[in-house]
Design a protein around this ligand. Sequence first.
Ligand SMILES: Cc1cc2nc3c(=O)[nH]c(=O)nc-3n(C[C@H](O)[C@H](O)[C@H](O)COP(=O)(O)OP(=O)(O)OC[C@H]3O[C@@H](n4cnc5c(N)ncnc54)[C@H](O)[C@@H]3O)c2cc1C
Length: 465
Amino acid sequence: HLVRPVPFLYPLRHRVWERAFVGAGIALYDVLATLRRGKRALPWHRHLSRADLDRVFPDLSARAAVGAIEYWDATVDDARYVTTLVRTAAGYGAQAATRIQVVELTKNGAGVVDGALLRDLETDRVIAVKARHVISSTGVWTEQSQALAGETGGLRVLASKGIHIVVPRDRIEGDAGLILQTKKSVLFVIPWSRYWVIGTTDTPWTEDLVNPAAHARDINYVLDEANAVLEKALTHDDIIGTWAGLRPLLQPGTKDGTASEKVSREHAVASPVPGLTVIAGGKFTTYRIMARDAVDFALGAEAAAARPSITQTLPLVGGRPSTDGAPGALARQFGWDAAMVDHLLHRYGSDIRDIAEICDRDETMSRPLEHAPAYLRAEIAYAVSHEGALHLEDVMHRRTRMVYEYADEALAALPEVARIVAGELGWSDARRDEEVAAYTAVADAVAAAARASDDSEAARARAAA
Ligand SMILES: Cc1cc2nc3c(=O)[nH]c(=O)nc-3n(C[C@H](O)[C@H](O)[C@H](O)COP(=O)(O)OP(=O)(O)OC[C@H]3O[C@@H](n4cnc5c(N)ncnc54)[C@H](O)[C@@H]3O)c2cc1C
């Protein structure tokens, strides 16, 4: 329910050779994406003429394309996916904790890693946990976290920043995504429910890893590349949101002192010291393979062969077909329109019934937020009661994407969201005001960073909150 197929257009500038050349590449992509003979998750690619383009993507400028090839890919809200994944693991007995930082990896007398010291960032309390084996999968923090064992070996990972901008859906007339070849790499223009997501960039990031930030040059680059093909140019005023992320880029080889390693084309697993497995690299879309490889490596070949991974057969919570709480009946009961039902099914799948339960208990929860009407009030309560949100930032940035779906970091919706979260978490009025102030300060810092001209200036501006 979280993943949506999306058609993309690869615009062609030359009539014959480019169509043959790119068409062959995309046909190969289609073959590789075939699950098994005759079974595909996505439709096959097709060739479009300029006349077809005028119908499918009227805002793709005539100077930018004489035709296009349409192929299919998919989109997913990664934060939503990760939350759902963690809840699935918890359903199988995993202990999950947010805002807990590993500050040290402990070792026994034989020098084998046997646990960790964890700092609860909410209370500053340090907790010692014992473990038969520790697996570290910390993305761009890989080098820092493997060093917590006090050893020098392990993987080499660099951080590369990518930014996106968001513009309202009605700003670009088109029914497909675009993949555009740029001088440096590629740029995607992606239709995403009520808006377009446009990006990305790919630049080394050497500032604070916690808060990567988009600056004015990043944003101008994305605007310029998109405007090179759009009929009606986008301006800064069209942008309702921006965000930046860091890709963990695996570097060749391992550090001296690495005890053992297993490198695939995309990711690597290594053991800098007995008792510790480190995994890094890969892609979001390869996470199940990465998880299998990390656990198998930690178990050792013999134990892994005796207990093969079953990850590929495990559905995520909300992903099981459900017979009760049919969406049509819920829509009639609560007065939701088709767009709202689609939104809820996309976010919660069969767990839509949990949202309905919240609405059953309190009818006001079945209504949309006044200043962010794509979301129900119940979703805010659910983010706290079912999805572990502890702060307004958790709700606005990750459990929902309000921060970039509504202008001004969705500040207009904040008071109503804060009242609901306060009710769920039992905040006093003073605590609620503090949380609102903290969210507003982050919004101001992100806006200040967006006016900066380079990474270090943007990082300084972002660090203000
Ligand atoms: C702009 C952009 C576009 C992308 N597009 C795609 C795409 O289209 N398809 C795709 O497949 N992939 C894509 N990726 C890549 C994908 O997002 C990453 O590969 C993936 O998020 C990496 O996951 P990870 O778990 O290794 O690292 P992360 O997602 O960075 O997670 C690491 C986690 O470790 C935690 N951590 C670090 N240190 C500690 C500590 N000491 N104690 C406790 N926790 C700690 C961090 O808080 C963090 O939550 C994109 C990335 C970017 C930036």
